[in-house]
Design a binder for this molecule. Structure first.
Ligand SMILES: Nc1ncnc2c1ncn2[C@@H]1O[C@H](COP(=O)(O)OP(=O)(O)OP(=O)(O)O)[C@@H](O)[C@H]1O
Ligand SMILES: [Mg+2]
Length: 152
């Protein structure tokens, strides 16, 4: 079997914070500061902030629904970028998971109508990234992988 050569990222990021709504803004600022080293345009930066905000808000709003002790509920962000400007950000939770990811990604699909959610989070994330992958397991949690080329 041919060995695949994996390019090393130029830089990486790891951060963990509790699922508090104040941390949505914090996560946006952290990722923006991380990718600013790639000299992004104003619109690239704003797109990335929007996507992070949607992904982290989902962790805060949906992932730990019904959990008795939210102080033990965390959002995990892992980032890396490469010399060709490719940025990969993973937003992960260890919450309830999504039963049907394909359905959840449909525009206007929401399980939270009572709070007037529009069900457009995943659609927005898709439209502002080059690639969006969602991995989820019921009872185990969800990981959203955001990929976007910056500064080219
Ligand atoms: N991290 C997560 N953990 C558990 N369920 C999730 C998570 N992220 C999304 N979901 C599920 O997927 C559905 C669709 O998510 P999406 O972000 O598209 O819409 P929304 O959050 O309901 O509304 P909006 O983002 O427009 O406020 C959610 O209603 C929820 O059921
Ligand atoms: Mg959402």
């Amino acid at each position: 079997m041919k060995k695949q050569i994996k390019t090393k990222p130029l830089n990486t990021l790891k951060c963990v914070f509790p699922v508090k709504s104040v941390n949505e803004g914090l996560s946006r600022m952290i990722v923006a500061a991380f990718i600013s080293q790639l000299d992004p345009t104003v619109s690239e930066l704003s797109d990335m902030k929007t996507v992070i905000s949607e992904a982290v808000t989902n962790c805060i709003v949906h992932a730990y629904k019904g959990f008795p002790d939210k102080s033990k509920a965390f959002v995990y962000i892992y980032g890396e970028y490469y010399s060709d400007g490719r940025v990969v950000i993973k937003v992960k939770d260890k919450g309830v998971g999504i039963e049907d990811v394909k359905l959840a990604r449909q525009p206007l699909y929401t399980t939270d109508r009572e709070n007037e959610r529009s069900g457009m989070g995943f659609t927005i994330m898709e439209s502002f990234t080059d690639k969006l992958r969602v991995y989820s397991k019921k009872g185990k949690g969800t990981t959203v992988v955001i990929e976007k080329r910056i500064g080219l």
